[in-house]
Design a protein around this ligand. Structure first.
Ligand SMILES: [Zn+2]
Length: 280
């Protein structure tokens, strides 16, 4: 099921499983003498398949499971790693759904940043944005970032951000300011490769980050000015910003156009409401 591609001798990723399931992208990072699994997929089967693929790739034990956040498409395979240490941000663990029982798990949490490894290091940064607890894994020697759902590459959801289900208690939608701050931080880290939460690996990173920042800032300026003009959320129509225009073009290339149109309409509606509720 899981098919690992080598991004380097230390870093592997699977972008195949997501094509035939509701899973996110998956990965693994080699430490000094063990391996970190990145995400666990949308089902136990996928988690098991990821684990055995990582074990045969590196021929070393899996010591850690890193979850960028705990949406079901990322966490549902986690029981395949129950003998390893779970790494997640403190805010992620605080907001984890009550249905997820961590009872006997060994859990390593961190507030802002956590570094694992001696010779072969991995950094974890809490950035929030997509969810209150979202964090990323960055391999500084290789400049590779596992960015989780701060990134939906073009082939999934038209490359537009998914901002619902930010927080469980109380329920709220995503935080655009945190997205912008995160993207700016990734620019200063000089990331060269991004494994997105969904879609294909991104190599044109600086350009891509600039486009994302511009989209968020343009949308922010537009929504704030509409709110100042006294408009209600239902009176607002999203402007023809480039990524939105591009999404409309993409829809027309899909096989099931009317379903794709409906999906995009709902998706943009959610995006508009997330920005509106944040800035009003
Ligand atoms: Zn996801």
């Amino acid at each position: 099921m899981v098919q690992l591609d080598e991004l380097s001798s230390r870093i592997v990723t699977d972008t195949t499983t997501q094509r035939t399931s509701r899973s996110c992208t998956l990965g693994g990072i080699l430490l000094d003498s063990s391996v970190i699994a990145v995400e666990s997929g949308s089902s136990l089967d996928i988690g098991v398949s990821l684990r055995s693929a990582l074990e045969s790739q590196f021929n070393l034990p899996i010591s850690h499971l890193f979850l960028t956040h705990t949406h079901p498409d990322h966490r549902n395979g986690m029981m395949a790693f129950k003998d390893t240490t779970l790494i997640a941000s403190s805010r992620c663990i605080e907001d984890i759904p009550r249905s997820v029982k961590l009872g006997r798990w060994s859990v390593q949490t961190f507030d802002d940043r956590f570094i694992l490894g001696d010779d072969k290091q991995v950094e974890f940064h809490h950035v929030a944005g997509h969810t209150v607890g979202s964090s990323v894994a960055f391999v500084p020697d290789e400049k590779v970032l596992f960015g989780g759902d701060l990134f939906f590459e073009q082939s999934v959801n038209f490359g537009l951000p998914f901002m619902s289900f930010y927080q469980n208690r109380p329920k709220s939608d995503g935080n655009p300011e945190e997205y912008i701050a995160a993207y700016e931080k990734f620019k200063t880290l000089k990331v060269e490769v991004i494994v997105p939460g969904h879609g294909n690996v991104i190599y044109d990173v600086q350009n891509y980050l600039d486009m994302q920042i511009k989209f968020f800032k343009d949308l922010r300026a537009f929504i704030i000015s509409e709110i100042k003009d006294g408009k209600s959320v239902d009176e607002i129509n999203l402007p023809q910003l480039e990524p939105i225009e591009q999404a409309y073009v993409d829809v027309e290339s899909r096989q099931q156009k009317s379903a794709a149109r409906r999906f995009l309409k709902n998706y943009l509606e959610k995006l508009k409401r997330s920005f509106y509720s944040y800035y009003s």
